[in-house]
Every structure is written in C-alpha cells, then in structure tokens.
Design a protein around this ligand. Sequence first.
Ligand code: FAD
Ligand code: EPU
Length: 337
Amino acid sequence: MKLFENYSLKEFNTFHIDVNAGKFIVVEKITELDELIGPFELSAGKFLILGGGSNILFTKDFDGTILHLSFNQLTEIKSDDNFTYIKAEAGMIWDDLVKYSVDKNLGGIENLAMIPGTVGAAPIQNIGAYGQELKDSLVEVEYFDLTDRKIKTIDNEKCQFGYRDSVFKKSLKNKFIITSVTLRLSKYPVPILNYGTVANELSKSGIDKPTIKDVSSIIRKIRTEKLPDPNHIGNAGSFFKNPVIDENKFESIKEKYPDVPSFRQENKIKIPAAWLIEKSGLKGFRKGNVGTYPNQPLVIVNYGTASGKEILEFAQLIQDTVSEKFQIQLEPEVNVI
Ligand code: FAD
Ligand code: EPU
C-alpha cells in the first residue's frame, strides 16, 4: 500500500482535470482492503475507487480518500473442451486482457478492444462496443462488500446487466469494491460482425473469412480514426448514453426526419445521441476550451485547460439544446463527481 496526501489527479483522469484528492492510496493486495477500509468515512463524496479515470468527470477537489487498485494478476482457472475460464484482478488494464485473449485465439471480448480503463470498472456499466458487451462472456464478479467487509461473488444473472447498466449502479451502488472478474472465453470463436462499420471495413480490406484477430484489428483502426486519443485530447468517450425511446416518440421523429438511424431494443428503440447532437447543430461546436469532437459529437473534449465545471456546463448546454429540439433528455454516461 502507498499513501499520498493532497495528491494531483491530473494523470488519473482522461479529461485531465487538475484537481487534488485529500488522500490517494494505491492498494497493492486484495488483503489490504479490510484493514484499509476501517478508518475511512465511506459515504459517497468521502470515498471513491478510481481505476483509469476514463469514465469520470471531476468538478472539484475530492475532499476524501481515493483508492486506486493496482493488483492485476491474470489466472486461467479451468479449461474444458470448448471454453477457457480466466480470472482477472481489478487493477489489470482492460485492453491488456483483450490482447491476451486475442493472442490466444480465445473469443468473447475481441470487439471490446481499445476501451480504456481497468478490469474492475468494466462490469459497472457493462462495457460494450461493436456488437459485444462484457455480459456476453462474464461468469461472475468478485467484490469487497463495504457493508459487512466480506469478499463476495455475484453471478452474471444477479449482476442485472443491461445497456450501460448493472446492479452496481442500482442496489449495490456505493457499497462495493470490485476485486476481480471471471470470464468464459470460447476456444472456437465465431467473429461478431453485426455492426455495420465493422462489416464495411472488413470488406474494404478484402477479408472475407475474418478471424477474431482481424475483427479486433479493424476495430482498433475504426476507433483510432473516429475517437480522440485521451493522451492528446482530454475526453471520457461518449459523454451521454444513447437514448432508448418508445415507438410513438420514434414515429414522431421519423415523420420529420425519415433518415433517423435506429436500433431495436426489445419493444423500444435506441437512437444515436450523436445523431441528435449533430441534428441540433452541435457537431464540432466549441465554447472556449470545451467542444464536441468533430468526428464523433457524442464525445465532449477538453481542448486545453478546461475545468470540470466548464465541461459540465457545456454538457448541460448540449442536453438543453437537444431537449428543446427533440424533447429527449440525454442522460450522462460519465460519472460526475
Ligand atoms: P473509472 O473512470 O476510474 O471509474 C468509473 C466508475 O467506476 C467510477 O464511479 C468509479 O468509482 C468506479 N470504479 C472503478 N473501478 C472500480 C472498482 N474496482 N470497484 C468499484 N468501483 C469502481 N466505454 C464503453 O462501454 N464502450 C466504449 O466503447 C468506450 N470507449 C471509450 C473510449 C474512450 C476514448 C474513453 C476515454 C472512454 C471510453 N469508454 C467506453 C468509457 C470507459 O473506458 C469505461 O467506462 C471503462 O470501463 C472505465 O474504466 P476506468 O477504470 O477508467 O473507470
Ligand atoms: N452519428 C451521427 N453523426 C456523427 C457520428 C455518428 O449521426 O457524427 C450516428 C450515425 O448514425 C452512426 C451512429 O450515430 O451510425 C452510431 O455512431 P457510432 O458507431 O460512432 O456509435 P455511438 O452510438 O455514437 C456507441 C457507444 C460507444 C461505442 C460505439 C461502438 C454509447 C453511449 N456509446 O457510440 O461507446 O464505442 O457505440 O459500439 O453507447 C463509450 O461508451 O464511451 C463509447 C465510446
């Protein structure tokens, strides 16, 4: 364990907001959690787990304790005729896990290549991209329960996964520290090609029988072209979730905009927030040091030294403009602190 006081978080959040944490503790072993948790006030606002800081917006100094988990072991726990089961500890970099599985030709998370952040954060919003979600290969999550200080496991079904959603945002909110995840990866992977952009790029490259390695590489190419690299331009990926609306609402939009893109989700319809923002005239819109990224307006970027408050005000402006034009309230995906 390492303890730092009045510690700058600038390198620990991908918006690169320059705020300080009262205490910043690097937790090196799972067994340290029990002794560490005792002395600290655990209420929200006083205590926070921070992974890679790629889905968080700090709007002020954090006047409490931040735990950053660095344990990152990867273990193959068992293997049968069809699957390999791997357990990855929370501090592991998510993309390292993707590279490991793709290198071994184990299928299940290859479309989630290049998502920044840590393994421990991945179940919270059930990370997803290009037709795949974490829930498709997750077996169970191990977590430290802050209410009784015990390590517990929760299986896939009990995680209540949905689009950018899980039990960790609902009944378990603020009551857990994820310590590891166990995944079931296929030894005979079938590439997932149902996302239009992926299929197009593959056919442009002349690949007709793609492997998961091909799919993962194409996704890395698409992401590099479309999304800003947080090392160069501060951002936290999509700032808002894509809204899921009912049929009537969709029909009323379609009447005016026959080309509105849409994706069916059970008996509802998901429409891209990027499209709503673009149609509201805000694609590439910039105010001072904050803007929507010209290639992907769902991503709000920090062009320089914007504060978290400026970014939040900008996000509010986007929400208000979209709401006025479409009567749809965009919900943040990013955790605002
Ligand atoms: P952090 O930002 O550090 O934390 C996020 C939340 O989880 C916070 O509330 C934090 O307190 C909590 N938390 C973190 N670790 C733990 C833990 N071990 N136990 C308990 N709570 C914890 N997301 C997608 O789903 N799909 C994408 O395609 C995608 N693309 C992105 C592209 C870019 C360029 C960027 C910057 C972000 C993107 N994201 C995407 C969002 C982000 O990468 C994911 O949400 C990621 O899982 C966040 O991981 P993190 O370790 O950085 O979490
Ligand atoms: N679009 C526009 N204008 C644009 C860009 C996009 O109208 O400038 C429309 C197009 O119709 C396009 C559609 O939006 O087909 C979807 O765009 P894209 O493929 O870029 O995906 P997205 O819906 O904007 C979601 C996730 C991303 C994930 C990609 C790929 C959310 C909130 N975002 O973005 O996740 O990488 O799909 O699967 O669901 C993140 O969560 O941080 C993130 C980056």
